[in-house]
Design a protein around this ligand. Sequence first.
Ligand code: AMP
Ligand code: GLY
Length: 424
Amino acid sequence: MKILVLGSGAREHAIILALRGEEQSHDIYAAPGNAGIAQDAQLVDLDQLDGAAVASFANEKAIDLVVIGPEAPLVAGVADALRERGIPVFGPGRAAAQLEGSKAFAKRVMDAAGVPTGRAVRATTREEVEAAFDELGTPHVVKADGLAAGKGVLVTSDRAAALAHAEQYLPSGPVLVEEFLSGDEVSLFFLSDGDTVRALSPAQDFKRAYDGDEGPNTGGMGAYSPLPWLTERFGGERAFVEEVTRTVALPVIRQLDAEGTPFIGLLYAGLILTDAGVRVIEFNARFGDPETQVVLPRLRTPLSELLLAAASGNLEDHAEPVFSDDVAITVVLASEGYPEAPETGRLIEGLSDAAAVKGVTLVHAATGAPDAPGGSLTATGGRVLNVVAVASDFGAARERAYEALGKIHLEGAHFRSDIAAKVV
Ligand code: AMP
Ligand code: GLY
């Protein structure tokens, strides 16, 4: 197949590596990509937010499938531009992408579909925010309504800090104040063709910047898959996945279909397992980052077939995806100052030694090729790269990942040392 992947992060690199790992070989194009992706795909100079330009390129190259990685092109309507021209695309249109783009929209769809989620109040003034704090109690959960790359959320018992967070976003739109939910979190991905869904294996990510879940929220500092503790609680991963399919994914997909805005792409359910049962904290309209980096290396079913089936409305003809019994973890290497003010432009060294560690793959998030000769790369953003390790158990996977990290040098960089530690 000829496949075009839009995006420039580790998620897109992981998708491309999974496509590359299939028996069938593909011609893979990426826009805009990064220095790591350039080693595995042909980079194309295209504005990923310009639907007409992406469609022209796809037509010119006779692309069989476009995979949209990040939320920004989805919310900008790039999938609509492709679908209007009959180009198979994995990714929802602008309207259905509001499931991620607007937390208020997501809450409305969940209410209409009867999906279990926490209580939430939409507030447009300081007074409404304070009233919601009184109604919903502590800890306070305050969320910006629009896209905020995982950083628009504050969970705190400090009322003044919660209020200050809300006031930071209020000038540009409403905020959501939510009931605090307590429990383990699970990220579960569903491929959807607008009508049928197929679940992938669950993962857990680490959103806080530092060990022990300290520090600010980030885009994600690490992840692991599968989740062995689901077996104790639900009698197995399969039973858990079936429950969430029945109570969350299918009701939401059918609701969106009934509203005339079918969701074709990846439905990311961010779940919290409370004592009262499974609750949705958020939906995303795309693969999660960094969870994708640990889910896809375990996928045995060819990814291209699943994505094309979803894009073409044929998921019903496909069996449930199959996963290996191996485990995978990923540890994110972040630039000094991430998430507040990352230092960029620094050289990254030791990558080939790190990649030589058994079971380890380096998945690039924000790397660039500097002008200086020598083949070194530079860090171009906050989350720089993912060290992914696959092994037969979590102890071995952690050893491999941290051995590889020890070989990488990036001045001032930081990473969490406790990824998947609790499941060893
Ligand atoms: P979100 O961007 O909505 O996924 O939120 C980021 C993180 O904030 C989540 O992964 C949770 O750890 C936390 N969070 C969000 N909403 C709630 C909630 N209602 N109760 C407790 N924690 C939450
Ligand atoms: N890992 C969280 C996200 O992709 O939104």
